[in-house]
Design a protein around this ligand. Structure first.
Ligand code: ATP
Ligand code: MG
Length: 206
């Protein structure tokens, strides 16, 4: 789906260059969509293969996920389309916000600030249960690629923002359901280790 640059002048690219990104990743800068506070626009930081590949993979993966039905977007922000911007082509994605409207932060940032609290541990367990239920084999999910949405009442809901499909093991996972289950279990252990690393580093242990 292509989203036009601006409602008044669909031909002109969306103007982002004068705006401050709300987050800067290693490959993309993320802006609040100027026309919709519940959407963000991700543009490649550089015109190089890594950045453009990540943009392409996000689009391909998210499109493929749609075939699984709506429940897959319980813990994954949907991509609504692409848009031409004055910083190049942008991906338009649902923007995760906390209950009070603030833009949610990623899990690494939240762990560094709050530590691995019981409510975060519950949210991590819920995300892992969900991944097993959906039988989703993700690609080396890191805590900085998971957004922690603060709910009213203090609980957290985790959303995975990229790497939704494991391209390295897709073929292997397709061989047999048991193989896929083992690969999913391995990915979840890897995620746990990465979470522990952030938690330990934030306590100054590592
Ligand atoms: N849909 C979203 N809702 C809220 N915050 C988001 C969303 N997408 C991205 N972010 C924030 O922007 C940061 C960078 O986004 P993203 O991971 O897409 O960029 P990246 O260039 O791939 O970064 P990296 O290489 O570090 O993974 C995330 O860590 C997260 O804090
Ligand atoms: Mg990322």
């Amino acid at each position: 789906m292509k989203i036009s640059g601006s409602p008044t002048s669909p031909e002109s690219p969306l103007a982002l260059s004068g705006r401050e990104p709300f987050a800067r990743g290693t490959k993309r800068h993320c802006y609040v969509h100027p026309d919709d506070p519940d959407l963000c626009v991700k543009v490649a930081v550089r015109d190089d293969a890594d950045c453009l590949r990540q943009q392409r993979w996000d689009l391909e993966d998210n499109r493929r996920l749609r075939a699984r039905g709506d429940s897959v977007f319980d813990c994954i922000p949907a991509i609504e389309g692409v848009v031409d911007t004055d910083l190049g082509r942008g991906i338009v994605m649902r923007l995760c916000r906390d209950h009070d409207g603030r833009i949610s932060r990623n899990l690494s940032q939240v762990i560094r600030e709050h530590g691995l609290t019981p409510s975060l541990v519950r949210a991590i367990d819920a995300l892992k249960r969900w991944l097993r239920k959906e039988r989703l084999l993700t690609m080396d999910t890191a805590p900085y690629n998971v957004v922690a949405v603060r709910l009213d009442g203090g609980d957290w809901k985790l959303m995975i923002i990229e790497g939704w499909e494991n391209r390295r093991y897709r073929w292997l996972a397709s061989l047999h359901p048991l193989v896929k289950d083992r690969l999913i279990a391995r990915q979840l252990r890897k995620f746990d280790r990465r979470v522990s690393c952030v938690a330990e580093a934030s306590q100054g242990i590592s």
